[in-house]
Design a protein around this ligand. Structure first.
Ligand SMILES: [Zn+2]
Length: 364
């Protein structure tokens, strides 16, 4: 049992605080996935006081937009939820570090969004700020997915930045993934008379041989290198200790560069395992980094010019599916996300805000 602190959680957000102090306020608003309403209410209330923004809400998702009449629109997105609290609230400051659940993933990024929303009253691009719920749990509940399905017009933009922790490096696009079952069939028989059967597990040797010989591509897209991989991730087979097995299933996972579509990636897996029964069981598309876009080029220059490919799947793919190129760029260290000792550097929060502000005010 842990006792409640005497001071209760805040009830409102103060967008005049600096990014670090605002992050602390956001962290002290507990918002474990599924329990974001109080924080979404506070975000909505704070944004509604700003006359240069139009604010919409769907569930616990809040979207605020400017209408400056600029040629380009940039979208800045962040999730409001955190993983379960691990005795690491309320937040505390030690030197340059802010400690607590969500400091890195990703209330520091949300604080930067809110600071920019409050202060960029005359930006060089139109701005859309998206705050969504349920990112840390199963994809079906993801608030950004719900917005994309119900209000895709709210997400229209030329370029999107997801302020997930990236150690202040630009992480472009993301890889896609295909999982497939390669099923081998044989003939069941008594192990004492094995010549009467056909061993399905032995046939897996051919499948595993193809995997061992497979030469994964390294693809450069917009200057970022994506490394593909095709791997067995599971193998199932066997009936009993005295039976020649008549079935063996090798599950493979193909992580692919975003220059392939989902359909092309699935076709590639079928081609590698030509002659075998292949069933795709799970698939998610990749996302192109879109770094050739003018808004993205200016963004890269403002953030120091270096970018790396994003491995794994992130919500940037949801933007890509809507035709909006997207990158991850946020102040937190991704290696500290979801940890009991999660913390974020206050100077990194300030630096991220400064760079985004420079990008969005240049020439004004
Ligand atoms: Zn996150």
């Amino acid at each position: 049992m842990s006792s409640q602190p005497a001071t209760s959680a805040p009830t409102a957000l103060d967008l005049t605080l600096d990014g670090g102090a605002l992050t602390a306020q956001l962290v002290d608003f507990p918002s474990v996935s599924g329990d974001e309403q109080a924080l979404a209410d506070a975000v909505e209330a704070a944004l509604r006081t700003l006359p240069h923004l139009t604010v919409d809400r769907y569930g616990n998702n809040v979207v605020a937009r400017t209408d400056f009449g600029r040629a380009e629109r940039v979208l800045l997105a962040g999730h409001l939820d955190t993983v379960p609290i691990a005795d690491n609230l309320p937040s505390r400051v030690e030197g340059d570090l802010l400690w607590g659940c969500g400091t890195t993933d990703m209330k520091s990024g949300v604080a930067v969004q809110l600071r920019l929303a409050a202060t960029l009253t005359d930006a060089n691009r139109d701005l859309t700020f998206v705050f969504y719920d349920c990112e840390e749990i199963d994809a079906a509940r993801n608030g950004l997915g719900h917005l994309a399905a119900q209000h895709p017009d709210w997400l229209a933009a030329d370029f999107a930045v997801l302020l997930e922790p990236s150690g202040a490096m630009v992480e472009g696009g993301c890889q896609g993934t295909v999982r497939a079952k390669v099923t081998l069939t044989g003939t069941r028989a008594h192990a004492a008379r094995s010549w009467l059967g056909d061993n399905a597990i032995h046939q897996a040797a051919v499948v595993l041989g193809r995997l061992a010989d497979y030469q994964p591509r390294r693809v450069e897209i917009d200057g970022l290198e994506y490394r593909e991989g095709l791997n067995a991730v599971r193998i199932e087979g066997g009936v009993a200790g005295n039976v020649i097995p008549d079935e063996c299933v090798v599950t493979v996972n193909f992580r692919y560069a975003p220059d392939r579509s989902e359909a092309e990636a699935a076709a590639h897996v079928r081609e590698v395992f030509q002659g075998f029964q292949v069933e795709v069981t799970d698939s998610a598309p990749g996302a192109l980094p879109g770094l050739a876009q003018p808004a993205a080029q200016a963004f890269l220059a403002a953030t120091g010019g270096s970018a790396r490919a994003k491995y794994g799947w992130t919500d940037v793919a949801r933007f890509s599916a809507l035709g909006v190129p997207a990158v991850n760029y946020g102040p937190g260290d991704p290696n500290l996300a979801h940890k009991r000792d999660e913390h974020c550097s206050l100077s990194a929060i300030a630096e991220c805000e400064r760079r985004l502000r420079d990008w969005l005010t240049a020439g004004r």
